[in-house]
Design a protein around this ligand. Structure first.
Ligand code: CU
Length: 604
């Protein structure tokens, strides 16, 4: 039963503050089913569970997926858990081990799955229903068995419907055989996520029906695109004040925010204050994992410099920063040396500046440092709309023209010379090609005609904020290109969508109607991604690494998830050394479900 009325209006909610900060004792409600446990007592038991995450280190283990009741906001809601825990237990293995995991589905009605995110393994162990296997039916057990040929910070989650949103995610740590290239005294996993009291399926239907639901500050972008379609670009561009009046904020481009979500750190609400202990002078390794379904977090620890030493589980040359943005599915390992204060706040505001996850590093439990307020919602710049103006020396109108509704199907105004989707205005880069499948496509509402890698851009809301912010450009793998060959061929894919329809795809073709992308076993190839949308998309390719290239096309950074802000064109190298059928998709859960996914088939 959906708690949403059919017209999409929001139901009576707990107070705004309670909703953002959550219950101090929020978490799994113990003794579910034994009706009549007072909510408070059971929630307190939930906190005890959350405070001491299960850590499973056996090579042979059983994970039971089932439904548990949780209460994060004052309402008891069903969640999908592993061994009764949200997040799922921390799995801790060692490089070189072969692990046997029996995953038992105790759900009454729904099939389930576990995908081991970022782990290289045989295709039938990858846990994607429809590609790797058929999923795990209710009452059944699936036996995963694979060898760990890597080390670092990873995570695991369901790949079935919306179960990841409902709680099925956990940390996966693989200790290296060789000692790491840095020293630390103590470590903590910091797993971030977004919780909703809504049924995730109902939330998806709401997005399809009313994509701008959470964005009631400004609802200008769809209007703007309609205007451009009706009047053409010249009319729009003639009006210099238009941009100022749009005053778009990142809230306009994050689909779901803290008006729907309560953000969690290690399964704990901000009010619950997850606490990681330290002794002054110790070096602490923080393993940040973004297990959220839809949320980008901007993370900082006021008073502490952070040194990033690994990205997506792979060592990088250390980078000292004050703040980093973490996309869904990414992981960053960060060293800190807290000293001089008894408590520090780990503050993780959402990209739209509507809420936050937070916890504390402290010398003992019960301490808290001041919690910052969210940064002001920044305005989007024209650069965010597709074009780095400075790089081309163009005037600002040109940048505007860089983002355009695709031609075809809509009458263009006289003087609007943007036929065929190629930028006809000053700022459009030469040779911009869009796939023919985007043209006149009712599922594509815009195109970018002047995209750049923009690897050194901290991103929307993080530029010139007085803090030093991590960028992709600042990260470099600690090793050379592990393959070494130049790519033998190149495949370009455009990230496409229609905001009002909440339709998402590659090249305008949703997963259901797309042909697999075929890779030849053993080949080294280049994937070029072009973001034709206004949204940011973290793109994850299963089975093989995504070796991000710098702006000159040289190997730079080994990743499993490549973030694609609006206006970007980024490339990475792939070694097709894993036979089989693999998923390739946006890691925003609802974008994937809406169609931003492809099958990649690696065959002889
Ligand atoms: Cu996406």
């Amino acid at each position: 039963m959906s708690v949403f009325s059919s017209d999409g209006r929001r139901p009576a909610l707990p107070s705004r503050r309670l909703f953002v900060q959550g219950l101090a004792a929020g978490g799994v409600v113990a003794g579910l089913g034994a009706a009549g446990l007072p909510a408070r007592a059971s929630a307190a038991a939930g906190r005890a569970l959350a405070a001491a995450p299960q850590v499973l280190q056996q090579q042979h283990l059983t994970l039971a997926i089932g439904e548990s009741a949780v209460n994060f906001t004052g309402r008891t809601r069903p969640a999908i858990t592993v061994n009764g825990s949200l997040p799922a237990p921390i799995l801790r293995w060692r490089e070189g081990q072969t692990v046997d995991i029996h995953v038992r589905n105790t759900l009454a009605h729904h099939p389930t799955s576990i995908h081991w995110h970022g782990i290289l393994l045989p295709a039938n162990m990858d846990g994607v229903p429809g590609l790797s296997f058929n999923g795990i039916a209710p009452g059944q057990t699936w036996h995963y068995r694979f060898t760990l040929n890597q080390s670092g910070t990873y995570w695991y989650h369901s790949h079935s419907m919306f179960q990841e949103q409902a709680g099925l995610y956990g940390a996966l740590i693989i200790d290296p055989l060789q000692p790491p290239p840095y020293r630390y005294d103590r470590e903590h996993v910091v797993l971030l996520s977004d919780w909703t009291d809504l049924d995730p399926g109902a939330l998806f239907r709401r997005m399809k029906k009313l994509a701008e639901h959470d964005n009631y500050y400004r609802r200008t972008l769809p209007d703007f695109l309609r205007d451009v379609r009706r009047e053409g670009w010249s009319a729009a561009l003639a009006d210099r004040g238009m941009w100022g009046r749009m005053r778009m904020t990142p809230t306009d481009i994050s689909d779901i925010n803290a008006h729907t979500y309560t953000y969690l750190m290690n399964g704990t609400t901000p009010a619950g204050n997850w606490t990681g202990l330290f002794r002054p002078g110790e070096k602490i390794l923080l393993r940040f994992i973004n297990g959220a379904a839809m949320t980008y977090f901007d993370v900082r620890i006021p008073g502490l410099k952070m040194t990033v030493v690994a990205a997506d589980g792979q060592y990088i040359h250390p980078v000292s920063i004050d703040e980093f943005r973490i996309a869904p599915a990414e992981t960053f390992d960060v060293l800190v040396e807290p000293t001089g204060q008894d408590a520090y706040t780990v503050f993780c505001q959402d990209m739209g500046r509507t809420g936050f996850a937070a916890g504390t590093l402290a010398v003992r439990h019960g301490l808290q440092a001041p919690v910052p307020v969210n940064d002001p919602r920044p305005l989007l710049t024209m650069a965010d709309m597709a074009h780095d103006m400075g790089a081309h020396g163009g005037h600002d109108h040109a940048g505007m023209a860089a983002m355009a509704p695709p031609s075809g199907g809509h009458a263009g105004h006289a003087g609007h010379g943007d036929h065929g989707g190629h930028g006809g205005h000053g700022g459009a880069g030469p040779g911009v090609q869009h796939p023919a499948s985007e043209r006149g496509n009712p599922l594509v509402d815009m195109q970018s005609n002047a995209t750049q890698p923009r690897l050194d851009d901290p991103g929307i809301g993080l530029r010139d904020n007085g803090r030093s912010v991590l960028t992709y450009g600042a990260m470099r793998s600690l090793f050379d290109d592990p393959d070494g060959r130049e790519p033998g061929r190149e495949v370009e894919l455009h990230l496409t969508g229609h905001m009002e329809k909440f339709a998402w795809s590659f090249d305008g073709i949703p997963f259901a109607s797309a042909e697999p992308l075929r890779l030849k076993y053993g080949e080294r190839m280049r994937i070029v991604l072009v973001n034709d949308t206004m949204m940011q998309h973290p793109i994850h390719l299963h089975g093989v690494w995504s070796d991000l290239e710098d702006a000159q096309g040289a190997f730079q950074l080994r990743k499993h998830t490549v973030d694609m802000p609006p206006g970007t064109r980024r490339s990475y190298r792939v070694r097709a050394d894993a036979l089989g059928r693999w998923a390739f998709h946006c890691h925003l859960l609802y974008h994937m479900e809406a169609g931003m996914m492809r099958e990649v088939r690696i065959e002889e």
